[in-house]
Ligand binder design. Structure first.
Ligand code: NDP
Ligand code: HSE
Length: 435
């Protein structure tokens, strides 16, 4: 056991600066809480000359990642640079060099998790901690891995992207434009370097993959999930969703079918009943609802992005890293055994909300109804709304439960119909199967 552990950083951006500042400014107190003294050793960045929001002596900055991952003095490597290939190459090297690695990089975990965890088996001195990779400051990884270790999970769902929740909340509350709110989210440090990861649902899917791994022991690929983002949602959809007693949220869900044992992983903007606590989680907050066979329902809420909330999660990993270094304790990354099968995407069932722009003329409703009937999709509710253009109308409808395949076929047929003027816009209605 060393008297002081050295921490190296890959990246010194939003998250890393939060970690550095907190550990530098509260050294004595944090050493006591983390169970060991530490030194903030060196940080690798793209440009050492760049001005940063945290004070770091120039000799502690490098542009050479080898100064971190192959530095024999460094015990703990915090990978907070983002991206997949370079980050993975460096994390791999750190693991091979026996370092404890901490990462907030859900994209890398999702794409390289299987390889990375196989590599850890061959490098028993190394360990990897990733609390900040899912749901920002909520200690959801620790909850799944430790506090809820006794459970099998039939359902996990929630809001896993702070940026999208912030955008949807402010659009609905203030009638703010999507672009204006996105700009605020960037300024607040919520948004990924590649912001389409947030907006198109991919970041939530990366996080869902990490949760699915922890709960079911399988690294689910993006191609095995439904992944939709929030780009096409209009303010009108939010208002009309409210008429159905719902709010639109970008949801991630991991469901295990009770009969077949197969799992489905999906990310989509969904109508969620206002009676669901998750529907009332707003702004940058995330929520994760878990249904465990022993514990029943637990719901975890907290800030899902931003400097301090994420730094809080990274520092909790540093506590685990020091504990591991002090005592050679080995943390189990996942308790579930692999072998779970995926539900084919086309067979996944839900109810749907649909917005259709149609010709406002005799026969339209009959034609639309016949298309739904021919695809065996049953309409539950249907309402006509006034359109800004004369001779056009909005049809807003919800369906009874139907398969992804059936709704896709219905949309194709609608799009080909003369009465329908725009591509149908579809949202799923989230059903809490365990409620
Ligand atoms: P930033 O873009 O703010 O920071 C990235 C840092 O990495 C910068 O210091 C940059 O250097 C450095 N960097 C990037 N590429 C390289 C490279 N090839 N070589 C050397 N240095 C490099 O990102 P964030 O801090 O926002 O995010 C970091 C990670 O944390 C990501 O994986 C992200 O997904 C994750 N995360 C982020 C959250 C957030 O709220 N922001 C929340 C939870 C997780 P330079 O400064 O010189 O450009
Ligand atoms: N861009 C991510 C989000 C950061 O908005 O949730 C936290 O992972």
């Amino acid at each position: 056991m060393k008297s002081k552990y050295k921490i190296g950083f890959l990246g010194m951006g939003t998250v890393a600066q939060g970690v550095w500042r907190h550990l530098a400014n509260n050294h004595a107190e944090m050493s006591r809480r983390l169970g060991a003294d530490y030194e903030l050793s060196v940080a690798c960045v793209r440009s050492a000359a760049k001005k940063r929001g945290v004070e770091i002596a120039p000799e502690r900055l490098t542009e050479n990642p080898e100064d971190v991952v192959s530095n024999p003095e460094i015990d703990v490597v915090c990978e907070l640079m983002g991206g997949v290939e370079t980050a993975f190459k460096l994390v791999k090297k750190a693991v091979e060099n026996g370092k404890i690695v901490i990462t907030a990089n859900k994209a890398m975990l999702c794409e390289k998790g299987a390889e990375l965890f196989a590599l850890l088996e061959k490098n028993p001195k190394s360990q990897i901690f990733f609390e900040a990779s899912v749901a920002g400051g909520i200690p959801i990884i620790k909850s799944l891995r430790e506090g809820l270790v006794a459970n099998r999970f039939s359902l996990i769902y929630g809001i896993l992207n702070g940026t999208c929740n912030y955008i949807l909340t402010r659009m609905e509350r203030e009638n703010a434009t999507y672009e204006a709110v996105l700009e605020d989210a960037r300024r607040l440090g919520y948004v990924e370097a590649d912001e389409s990861l947030d907006i198109d649902g991919i970041d939530s899917a990366h996080k869902a993959a990490v949760l699915a791994y922890l709960a079911h022991g399988r690294w689910v690929k993006l191609s095995e999930m439904i992944v939709n983002g929030i780009r096409e949602i209009r303010l009108e959809d939010m208002l009309w969703a409210r008429e159905f007693g719902c709010r639109i949220k970008l949801l991630a869900s991991i469901k295990r079918d009770s009969e077949t044992g197969k799992i489905s992983v999906a990310v989509y903007p969904a109508l969620l009943p206002l009676s669901d606590v998750v529907a009332n989680v707003n702004e940058v907050f995330n929520a994760v609802a878990l249904e465990g066979d022993l514990v029943g329902r637990t719901v975890h809420i907290g800030r899902g992005a931003g400097q301090n909330a994420t730094a809080s999660a990274v520092i909790s990993d540093i506590a685990d890293a020091f504990r591991a270094l002090n005592s050679n304790a080995k943390y189990v990354s996942c308790h579930a055994s692999n072998g779970v099968e995926m539900m084919p995407l086309k067979d996944i069932e839900s109810s749907f909300y649909m917005r259709l722009s149609v010709k406002d003329e005799t026969g339209t409703l009959a034609k639309i109804a016949s298309i739904f009937a021919s695809q065996k999709v049953s309409i539950e509710l249907l309402e006509q709304k006034r359109h800004v253009n004369a001779n056009e109308a909005w049809l807003i409808l919800t369906t009874h439960k139907t398969s992804e395949f059936a709704i896709r076929e219905a949309c194709k047929a609608l799009e080909e119909s003369e009465q329908v003027l725009e591509k149908p816009f579809v949202l799923r209605i989230f059903e809490d199967t365990q409620a």
